[in-house]
Design a protein around this ligand. Structure first.
Ligand code: SF4
Ligand code: SF4
Length: 164
């Protein structure tokens, strides 16, 4: 995860290590409110030994080469992170947007919705319930795209299938 990049640099963002993306790192469960135990908050304590999956393989949509995301959408600043093309639907890539916090701020959500519409990329985004101070491990899933796409995601969720 945090890495230097030919075009963009993660630093000082560490959002993908901070629990906003659910994952398991060497047996430790990471989820909202529970950051990776190897994160210093500014980098990775085990950078040279970090796992290939997900850490070395991971590139969020902002840092990815030729990213279409504007500078202001760096995840730590925009409070939203794109996981690009996590699955396909009818041959189209599906992006997932996770909040860096409880909810994706309106300006960022508006940008991602417009991007989804213009690029014909169905989108899934996550959000926490507003109430309470604690973070929920399981977040609400919103499918944004054609009605058939929304139905398909609803069916997968009802069947308890993983979306990515
Ligand atoms: S969320 Fe993106 S920009 Fe931030 S540290 Fe992770 S890969 Fe880098
Ligand atoms: S092991 Fe390092 S790179 Fe991987 S999630 Fe934890 S802090 Fe981030």
């Amino acid at each position: 995860m945090p890495k230097s990049h030919t075009l963009r640099h993660c630093q000082p963002c560490t959002a993908c290590c901070d629990g906003w993306v659910r994952m398991v790192i060497y047996g430790a469960e990471v989820y909202p409110g529970s950051p990776c135990p190897h994160s210093t908050g500014a980098g990775c304590k085990i950078y040279d030994d970090r796992p290939v999956d997900p850490c070395r393989n991971f590139e969020c949509g902002w840092v990815k080469e030729n990213s279409p995301l504007p500078d202001w959408l760096r995840p730590d600043r925009a409070h939203a992170m794109m996981l690009p093309g996590v699955r396909t639907w009818q041959g189209r890539p599906v992006d997932v947007i996770v909040p860096v916090g409880k909810r994706i701020p309106p300006r960022a959500l508006k940008w991602f919705k417009q991007f989804a519409e213009q690029q014909l990329r169905p989108m899934i985004y996550l959000e926490q319930d507003e109430g309470g101070r604690d973070y929920a491990k399981d977040q609400n899933v919103v499918a944004y795209g054609p009605p058939e796409f929304q139905q398909e995601i609803g069916r997968l969720l009802a069947a308890g299938e993983r979306l990515w």
